[in-house]
Design a binder for this molecule. Structure first.
Ligand SMILES: [Zn+2]
Ligand SMILES: [Zn+2]
Ligand SMILES: [Zn+2]
Length: 353
């Protein structure tokens, strides 16, 4: 994630800011230019000005702007939310707000990687949409499950409650569970359909991730009953990734987004953990990060950075912020995700699964 600057006074701003702490100007994020803009809430009710999203004005949960050229009343991010929880129920606004905040971080990554981002309204078949739902209060009805189906990503708003999320994490024996991680994972399923499924990438995909035509429900059931294979770490980025090639892809995709966003943030703060090669990401960061730097540079910077992040966390008494280790097979899969996102040629690859 990049750092931003107040157009008025030059003060440093962050992605989720709504005011400049120095000059007080109202700030919002413009998804067209991926930058923070000053806007005037009083004069900004009409087309031709940057305007606050309706979810900012009415519920105060959004800091994205509507560009002057648009006549929409919701921002790009909020327009993607097709179902939101009942805001009359106490606590729902806060949970929903947390989900929207992390969703905007996902969308920032998708936009900055120049991935296709089309809403359900624009394309009812291949467009992307989100549903944020609560379990029925009676507790009898079917629970809302996190998932992706044909472009629709669903999250249970309870997942935004840290107590619930941590309890689930422990119950599932997962080392890592975050809202942003869910969004990145589910987006991976969406982009698999969009970029891999009916493309030339399908055979290289199968060589690395396995044949996705195996029965999905059975595979998940098997994983649930007997757990992952003993040596999953040799082949997969997470235990869950070993359940089915689709899950492997989604986990690997999410991991790639973890990497590029965290590296971007580290770079923005001037953090350096290893000598930089002559042509480092530093040079190209403003155009299209990491495309020209190449995957090898990316991974060479990532590994020492995660070691430093974990050590910093331990110094503050926390656990690993990055509880993963990357095998050669996993690094090869990540390289394929990198190639697909940046439109690079994909090597056939060796059979690993
Ligand atoms: Zn300012
Ligand atoms: Zn909005
Ligand atoms: Zn999944």
């Amino acid at each position: 994630m990049q750092l931003f600057r107040c157009e008025n006074c030059g003060q440093r701003l962050y992605f989720d800011n709504t005011r400049c702490v120095h000059c007080g100007a109202h700030q919002g994020f413009d998804p067209d230019t991926l930058s923070m803009k000053v806007y005037d809430p009083a004069a900004a009710a009409s087309v031709g000005h940057y305007r606050a999203c309706t979810n900012a004005r009415q519920v105060g949960i959004c800091n994205w702007l509507i560009p002057p050229s648009s006549d929409a009343s919701y921002c790009l991010s909020c327009r993607l939310s097709m179902v939101i929880p009942d805001l009359g129920v106490p606590g729902h606004i806060e949970l929903w707000a947390s989900l929207e905040e992390e969703k905007r971080r996902l969308l920032y990554s998708l936009l900055s990687l120049k991935l296709p981002l089309v809403s359900r309204q624009q394309d009812p078949v291949n467009g992307l949409g989100f549903r944020f739902m609560a379990d029925a209060p009676d507790g009898d009805s079917e629970r809302v499950l996190i998932g992706h189906q044909d472009g629709i990503i669903t999250l249970n708003i309870a997942e935004a409650d840290p107590v619930v999320r941590e309890a689930t994490r422990r119950q599932m024996a997962e080392p890592y569970r975050t809202i942003l991680g869910h969004f990145r994972h589910e987006a991976g399923h969406y982009y698999w359909q969009l970029l891999v499924k009916d493309s030339d990438h399908i055979e290289p995909f199968r060589r690395r991730f396995g044949d996705e035509r195996q029965d999905y429900a059975q595979a998940l059931e098997r994983q649930y009953q007997i757990g992952p294979m003993a040596d999953w770490q040799q082949y997969y980025v997470s235990a869950y990734a070993s359940a089915h090639p689709w899950e492997d892809w989604a986990e690997t995709w999410a991991h790639y987004l973890h990497m590029v966003d965290t590296l971007d943030t580290a770079y923005q703060f001037g953090l350096s953990t290893a000598p930089r090669p002559a042509q480092s990401v530093e040079v190209q960061l403003n155009s299209n990060p990491y495309r020209d730097a190449g995957f090898d540079t990316l991974i060479a910077q990532w590994l020492p950075l995660t070691a430093a992040l974990n050590s910093l966390n331990h110094s503050m008494g926390y656990d690993d912020v990055y509880p993963f280790s990357l095998s050669a097979a996993v690094i090869d899969k990540l390289a394929m995700v990198h190639g697909i996102i940046h439109g690079l040629p994909i090597r056939q690859g060796v059979q690993t699964n």
